[in-house]
Ligand binder design. Structure first.
Ligand code: ZN
Length: 243
């Protein structure tokens, strides 16, 4: 079954995007359900107890909103004559573009914090909720562009020390290192898209686009806790009273 959408940024066509922009839509009821039934329960298993206070619906909402805003920004066409980034990166494009939207979105929140639009606490909320969001999205698996993007990011953050795994099996976000890692990863992805470097995208995905044993063991604990991967809609003619 396909994942249940929580936000949309359309159209995907680069020509239309550059001429007319895009329209963003947030499905707040679906977001609320995923926050209450999936994200918070995951945080209770995998986020360090002293950081759980930073898991907030507002941060989840802004992470998602800036993900969509970020889709509408950035590089649509390569800078070296390879045409649209979408064409140059072929089947790797979707995972790379979803990864861009996630991390550029977080980078935007960081910039807004520097501009005084987000308080320091709201910034921390955004970082920690974003971290919990990785565990939520990585469960969609490698066949989903979103799942793949989250595997790449989890492994990147691990390498850069943006989080540490504690001896009790929970994760703590390092705000300072997360800030630096977010900026560097944004740079890495935008460069990849601007260069239309298919080989680099392929090599990166082959190396880090997978769930390594430690993370898999932690995700098994989430599954064992009975936390669903996605929500289901109760819908159809019966619900509408047409049957
Ligand atoms: Zn997206």
């Amino acid at each position: 079954m396909a994942g249940k959408t929580i936000a949309i940024n359309l159209p995907n066509d680069e020509k239309v995007q550059l001429q007319k922009g895009t329209r963003k839509l947030q499905l707040k009821n679906a977001m609320r359900a995923k926050f209450d039934k999936i994200l918070v329960p995951i945080a209770d298993v995998l986020i360090a107890p002293d950081q759980r206070q930073y898991i907030t619906f507002d941060a989840f909402f802004s992470n998602t909103m800036f993900h969509e805003v970020a889709h509408g920004m950035g590089i649509k066409n390569t800078i070296n004559g390879k045409g649209p980034a979408r064409k140059a990166l072929k089947e790797k494009y979707s995972a790379i573009e979803e990864g861009k939207a996630d991390i550029l979105g977080l980078f935007l929140v960081d910039k807004l914090n520097e501009m005084g639009e987000f308080t320091e606490t709201e910034m921390i909320d955004n970082y920690v909720t974003f971290m919990a969001g990785i565990f939520r999205s990585v469960r969609f698996g490698a066949s989903s562009a979103h799942g793949m993007a989250n595997m790449l990011r989890f492994n990147y953050f691990l390498e850069k020390g943006a989080f540490v795994r504690n001896s009790d099996g929970t994760y703590s976000t390092d705000m300072g290192k997360m800030k630096i890692a977010a900026a560097r990863l944004t740079e890495k992805i935008l460069k990849l898209q601007g260069d239309g470097d298919y080989e680099a995208a392929k090599a990166w995905i082959e190396k880090d686009g997978l769930i390594k044993p430690q993370l898999q063991a932690d995700l098994d604990r989430v599954n064992d806790a009975g936390i669903p991967v996605d929500i289901y809609f109760i819908q159809g003619p019966e619900v509408l009273g047409l049957k």
